[in-house]
Design a protein. Structure first.
Length: 168
């Protein structure tokens, strides 16, 4: 199970990095429009809150204990929240920068290109949603494996022993 622990840590580090990128890009936009109505900026405030919660929980659950796998329902809920944030940002962009997953016209330049920033924000929100979903699926796998492993099967002649008990 060391592989699952290592994979979980890598997922949590990815979730932390992606949430920090989304928080930074969305926060930059919210800072630029700080005088406007909060009703108009609700989708970005929501995205910022989801990014903040993701940063908090990924740091807390980054500690490698086996109990970190039992948080799979929260991982799933956060994944759904990220998918909602992704959808809200894609809906707001409404095709003004072209197809959302078209990265052909993107180049690193010294000028400001808002389409590049929005597509980056949307891409990392999508990646974060996928990482949280994979983390939830890993938690389901871990919990299922450990609950079936603890079950003792008794059919009269055959009993399943734990691995650490001797036959003597």
């Amino acid at each position: 199970m060391i592989l699952a622990d290592l994979f979980s840590i890598l997922l949590r580090l990815g979730e932390l990095a992606f949430a920090a990128i989304v928080a930074g890009l969305t926060g930059k936009y919210l800072h630029a429009v700080k005088g406007s109505s909060s009703w108009e900026q609700g989708r970005f405030i929501y995205t910022e809150v989801v990014a903040g919660l993701s940063i908090f929980f990924s740091i807390i659950w980054l500690i490698p204990f086996s109990s970190s796998f039992i948080h799979w329902p929260a991982d799933f809920v956060i994944s759904v929240m990220w998918f909602v944030a992704f959808g809200l940002m894609v809906d707001w962009l409404n095709g003004t920068c072209g197809y959302i997953f078209d990265w052909d016209n993107i180049a690193l330049s010294s000028g400001t290109n808002t389409c590049v920033e929005w597509k980056t924000d949307i891409a990392f929100a999508f990646l974060s949603a996928i990482f949280w979903l994979v983390s939830a699926l890993l938690g389901v796998y871990w919990v299922h494996r450990h609950t079936t492993r603890r079950a003792v099967v008794t059919d009269g002649a055959h009993t399943r022993r734990r691995w650490y008990r001797s036959r003597v």
